[in-house]
Design a protein around this ligand. Structure first.
Ligand code: ADP
Length: 452
């Protein structure tokens, strides 16, 4: 009977041993099964929990959490092939040198070039490999290098290291291979995800640009229609205005200067002439005739414009100071258009100072300087200590219809029209700004001898 039992145990366990040996063996097998289960869990977790939008660092971190329970592991590293470069992209424990490029003449490159399947190295004292992978601090003795393969293409490498010596069993190597296969899928999925996200971003940007362009086209068409209408109205007003002015002048001539109606008639003539001028400007603008160009003194432009808007600006409690260069050479320009540019810059500066608590100022300077092509230029600078322009708006301030002002105050055309005028004169407008501190706009115009 006893004999039968011993045989039975032998048959069941395959162990020719005593009872004690049997239990030791059973415990060992049990441990192996637990480890095997954990390994399967890790592989399973990789396919189940790891999302495509997880970073490679996070994936490596998740794998490393359980890895030392199933395989000797004091270091886990993920190397990926990016273009023609091999990069160490994620490690556990984390290294500050993530992103490090592996040198071309390295052991790692050799494995890839030879399309080797799996390499198990005892590296204690192997200075070369330790130089390539900056892991000296972990005092590793054994490394498994497992290429990550997707359809026969190597896309990277998994590195598992331990301080223990000559330790990895065939089982460990098989598991490392399975882990590498699963990681290869994760890395590949992550890449595809990045490509899709990038393509989506590009498509959205293109779509936004198209919508914006369409809106601008609609707005331009509207403006063109309004312009045409305004030109028609101006044309119609021109003749009655001539009659009003002519008649008022005739009446004026018949009255003695002391007559009480004389002043009234003078006002009618002055206002009538002003209206005619506005009508004339409107017609010129609508016809888009090339503007008359004449030698123009920028200092005179500044003084003329200030005589028009200084009062308005001062009324807002803003100090206006000027620093005009003596003997400023003249520029070939249309004075009226330059007036328009300067008025725009000054009114924008005034608006930017609204609500600013500190002492507010606008500083206007003129001078001669060289532009980026080395041409001698005359420049007029308008500097304010207002709210400034945020970095994201900086590239948009010259865009037609871009405005941060409420609809009743801003059209978003001032700077785009001003830049158009500057460019038509062969010049430009430069801008510098610090949010919360102020902005500086500079109209730069080439001098006669340097115009090209
Ligand atoms: P608008 O004055 O009708 O808004 P502009 O083309 O003149 O149109 O200006 C466009 C935008 O540029 C303004 O709405 C404002 O946000 C910004 N901007 C222009 N000048 C200044 C300035 N001196 N300081 C701060 N922001 C400015």
């Amino acid at each position: 009977m006893i004999d039968d039992k011993a045989r039975l145990i032998e048959n069941l366990t395959g162990v020719r041993s005593s009872k004690l040996n049997y239990y030791v063996e059973l415990k060992k097998r049990n441990r192996e099964i637990v480890i095997q289960n954990r390994r399967l869990e890790i592989i399973h977790q990789l396919s189940r929990d790891i999302n495509i939008d997880m970073s490679l660092e996070m994936i490596v971190q998740r794998v490393y959490e359980n890895l030392p329970l199933v395989i000797p592991c004091d270091f886990l590293g993920l190397i990926t092939l990016e273009g023609s470069e091999l990069r160490l992209v994620a490690t556990q424990p984390p290294l500050p040198c993530n992103g490090l490029v592996v040198p071309r003449n390295s052991v790692l490159w050799e494995i890839i070039r030879k399309q080797q399947e799996q390499v198990y190295l005892c590296i204690a004292g192997d200075g070369k490999l330790l130089e390539e992978l900056p892991v000296r601090q972990f005092e590793l003795n054994c490394l498994i290098l497992d290429p990550l393969k997707v359809k026969q293409n190597i896309i990277g490498m998994l590195v598992i290291g331990t301080r223990e010596k000559n330790i990895y069993s065939q089982n460990d190597l098989t598991f490392a291979r399975q882990l590498a296969d699963q990681l290869a899928i994760c890395v590949q999925n992550r890449r595809l995800y990045e490509e899709v996200v990038q393509a989506k971003r590009e498509w959205e940007e293109a779509f936004r640009a198209r919508v914006q362009m369409q809106a601008q086209l609609v707005q331009s068409a509207k403006l063109a229609a309004i312009g045409e209408m305004a030109a028609g109205v101006a044309h119609e007003l021109n003749s009655p205005m001539t009659v009003i002015i002519g008649n008022a002048q005739m009446l004026q001539r018949e009255l003695v200067p002391e007559h009480p109606a004389s002043q009234l008639l003078k006002d009618i003539v002055a206002c009538g002439l002003r209206c005619k001028k506005i009508i004339q400007n409107l017609l010129t603008f609508a016809r888009q005739e090339p503007p008359a160009v004449a030698p123009t003194d920028l200092n005179e432009v500044v003084e003329r414009v200030l005589s028009l808007v200084k009062y308005q600006i001062n009324r807002n409690g803003i100090n206006v100071c000027t620093d005009l260069a003596p003997d400023l050479p003249r520029v070939a320009a249309n004075g009226q258009q330059l007036d328009q540019v300067l008025i725009n810059l000054l009114l924008n500066a005034r608006d930017a100072l609204e609500g600013v608590e500190r002492e507010r100022y606008i500083h206007i300077r003129t001078g001669v300087r060289r532009d980026e092509n080395g041409r001698r230029c005359a420049a007029v600078t308008v500097q304010d200590n207002g709210q400034g322009i945020s970095p994201e708006n900086m590239s948009r301030v010259f865009d037609p219809f871009f405005t941060t002002k409420e609809a009743s105050r801003g059209t978003g055309l001032g700077l785009s029209v001003s830049l158009g005028i500057a460019r038509a004169h062969g010049g430009t407008i430069e801008v510098e700004s610090r949010p919360g501190e102020g902005s500086t706009f500079t109209l730069v115009l080439p001098l006669e001898e340097d115009r090209s």
